[in-house]
Ligand binder design. Sequence first.
Ligand SMILES: [Fe+2]
Ligand SMILES: [Fe+2]
Length: 180
Amino acid sequence: MTPQKKLLGEELEAQHQRIETMAQMVRDASGEEREQAFLALRRYLAAHEAVEQSVMHPTFRALGRDDGAADARVGEEDAAAEAVAALEELDVDGDEFTRDFEAFAQDVHDHAEREEHDELPSFASRMSDEDADEIVAALRQVESIAGAEALSAGAGAARFADMLEAARAEFDQRWDAVSH
Ligand SMILES: [Fe+2]
Ligand SMILES: [Fe+2]
């Protein structure tokens, strides 16, 4: 394992840990505080998945001999987006939200585990250090994309689907500026 690939594993893991922490904050809060914690989680998750879908999964897929791991992960991300859309319809203090949020958080956790322990290892030997560097550089945009004005309700991103779209557009802009 080269330092570049090791760094990619660490960056991915750190972001997944961040998502876990944010999900825990939703569990621990109620009322307006829970609304805000759920919003922060959605913004971060939208930025994280948008960057993975823009660079990480396509890079792995392009390495050839795809065993389906990248496609399976994107399928899980689509399912998570649907689960978030359903949660957005619920009262955050209701039993239904608490129950469905738990199922969603578990799915997100399992998805992250598969990215770290199935998808990444299955491509690690085939990817170049440059590929790893590029994915790390892309993932490092996540934090600032999550905080971007474009992902706010005021900018028209009130729902997760809008946040995802705004995150993709934000990423494309930044990526063009930094690397191409
Ligand atoms: Fe993902
Ligand atoms: Fe991920």
